[in-house]
Design a protein around this ligand. Structure first.
Ligand code: GCB
Length: 596
């Protein structure tokens, strides 16, 4: 799944902007809205979630299909080429129609897919494209959800994860071409042997006779190595490494030639040479122990919902740099590809997560009292759910495998890992992840109910990633008791597993501007005390390998009486203003950063 790119042989046309937009309130197959121009009078921006754009509650709370439509012209020069529409994300199911014809279907809301247009429309011609998007979640989707019918007969989407079910076309849409004979895929892994960087690569093309050459360019555009053939190992002497906080990117430039040496296709992958390894209870990047500081985040802003926004992206990274963070987790789904490219360039370390969240029927938005049913059963998360989860892992790895910023895959957040059936569900998925990428560590994110003696799957993974809320959901407000509980538990994990241990979530809801002398939960003072307590404990535990606070910023959730306009555990408010804790974290993390 190579990201569309402009090269000497490829072009791309942005389809971002306003599209005609409409809700589908009757059966999609009966009404066939793609067969005619949409006449709802509505236009929706792409990229953006549609929910908060309009003021109509019917749109905000819609369950089912919506449609986006616009006209596109194929550039007249594309006579020798194949051309596609790339949808970077349609949450959670997308169908692309070219005029009256269905050309692509994709389930999974956060990974890209293509619709080929070549045979249907000639260069120079205009056509109508309709993208239908469905936001429904069921027991066999990832993430899962349940649709209920209320007393009024309305259909309502319920789900177990703690962020609003924003939907639509939240990322870019492109029209792009590739030459008839082209480069299909590039896979790059890197290693280190003393000061020599090793780049292992393999290339897939559609050409049976074409020849491949590879050129490695440094940041001054100087060629530092060459290779040829579909597979190989390239040595870069005295390599400049991709390091956390100090990114260095080589350009891995692939050319496909015919037998006369004429270039048929070209594609370039930004490549950071670095080595990631788990050794004992250490997480090593370039042979040095790495301590994660940073965040669990969300793609979430006012009005746009999950819509990708370059201004917020750059601003958020600037805030992460200001506060001294070196990493984040893409909680709880793959983020826009632009974010991964930017993290590569900025030297930010990423734990890359699938959308497998809410696989735990005992929890509702971090609180107990979810649906009292077994999580792993025929009626709930079953073999089909697991297959959707496997597909989400494969698609995530296929999309992000070449990013140096990605140091670990997280295949699920807080599944019911102590419930019977968890091992049967996860063992095959760990295999899928390791087959898709044998080079990176694999983790899952453990929930507070599945402690070291209860969790049935932790031994399958490389790193222990824990979300803990002592002092918040447990021993609410009592930080002295929480400190004892936290330390006891971390020591228990350390003794049993002796693996690198990472706190991937810990936090307290905090209303910006609420102050108290009495350590009152929800006050800014309490949030400071809460984190102070956790950090005292972490500093006493040898195998702690990092701390990612929950959450970078306040974010929107489904309606819950314990959420006030969303989750307020942000270090920053939803509009990115610092709470008191931001200044405290900055002191700690800039010190850790300075110590290297
Ligand atoms: C969790 C979840 C996260 C929630 C958080 C909370 O454990 O992983 O998605 O937002 O708790 O604030 O309750």
């Amino acid at each position: 799944m190579l990201k569309p790119q402009s090269t000497s042989t490829r072009e791309l046309v942005s389809l971002d902007g306003l599209w005609k937009f409409g809700l589908v309130t009757d059966d999609l197959e009966q009404t066939r809205p793609w067969t005619k121009p949409l006449d709802s009078g509505l236009e929706a921006p792409v990229p953006a979630s549609y929910n908060d754009i309009f003021v109509d509650p019917k749109i905000h709370d819609h369950v089912g299909w919506v449609v986006y439509q616009r006209a596109i012209r194929v550039p007249r020069g594309w006579t020798q080429d194949k051309y596609f529409i790339r949808v970077e994300a349609a949450t959670h199911e997308g169908r692309v129609y070219v005029n009256d014809k269905l050309v692509a279907e994709h389930i999974g809301g956060y990974t890209p897919f293509d619709a080929e247009v070549t045979q249907l429309v000639k260069p120079g011609e205009e056509f109508r494209v309709t993208i239908a998007v469905n936001n429904e979640l069921t027991n066999t989707t990832i993430p899962p959800g349940f649709i209920v019918t209320t007393e009024t007969g309305a259909r309502k989407q319920t789900y177990l994860h703690d962020f609003y079910n924003y939907a639509g076309l939240a990322r870019s849409v492109w029209l792009y071409n590739v030459p008839d004979q082209h480069i299909n895929d590039v896979t790059i892994t890197t290693d280190l042997k003393e000061s020599t960087g090793i780049i292992k690569y393999s290339i897939d093309t559609t050409s049976s006779s074409g020849k491949i050459t590879v050129q490695i360019l440094d940041e001054d555009q100087k060629t530092v190595a060459n290779a040829s053939g579909l597979k190989g190992e390239i040595k870069v002497a005295s390599a400049k490494l991709w390091n956390p906080g100090a990114a260095y990117l080589y350009q891995f430039k692939v050319s496909l030639h015919d037998s006369n040496g004429t270039v048929l296709d070209e594609y370039t992958v930004a490549t950071g040479i670095r080595k990631v390894e788990v050794r004992g209870n250490k997480f090593l990047i370039n042979n040095k122990p790495f301590y994660f500081t940073g965040f669990g985040r969300h793609e979430d802003t006012a009005v746009r919902g999950k819509g990708h926004d370059q201004a917020y992206m750059v601003h958020d990274f600037a805030l992460m740099d200001w506060i001294g963070a070196n990493s984040f987790r893409t909680s709880h789904y793959p983020y826009a590809e632009e974010v991964m490219d930017y993290a590569d360039r900025k030297g930010i370390v990423v734990i890359d997560e699938t959308p497998a969240v809410g696989l735990n029927l005992a929890i509702s938005s971090g609180l107990f009292g979810g649906i009292k049913r077994e999580t792993w059963s025929e009626e709930t998360c079953n073999d089909q759910t697991r297959e959707a989860n496997a597909q989400a892992i494969r698609e995530l790895v296929a999309r992000d495998k070449n990013h140096p910023c990605v140091v670990m895959w997280s295949i699920a957040n807080e599944p019911a890992s102590s419930e019977e059936g968890a091992r049967e569900y996860f063992e095959p998925l760990v295999k899928v992840a390791r087959e898709a990428d044998p080079t990176r560590p694999v983790c899952f994110i453990n929930v507070m109910f599945a402690k070291y003696n209860d969790c049935l799957i932790s031994d399958l993974f490389d790193v222990l990633c824990l979300n803990r809320y002592y002092g918040w959901y447990i021993s609410q407000g009592d930080l002295a008791a929480a400190e004892v509980q936290l330390e006891e538990e971390l020591r228990g994990w350390e003794k049993k597993y002796n693996k690198p241990m990472l706190m991937t979530e810990y936090g307290a809801d905090t209303l910006a501007g609420l102050h108290s002398l009495h350590n009152l939960p929800w006050s800014e003072e309490f949030q400071v005390q809460y984190y102070d307590m956790y950090h005292r404990v972490f500093d006493r535990i040898e195998s702690m390998t990092g701390e990612q606070v929950w959450n970078f910023a306040d974010f929107q959730t489904a309606i819950q009486i314990f959420r006030i306009d969303g989750n307020k555990k942000g270090i920053f408010t939803r509009d990115r203003k610092p709470k008191a804790i931001a200044h405290e974290l900055r002191k700690r993390w800039t010190k850790i950063r300075a110590q290297g």
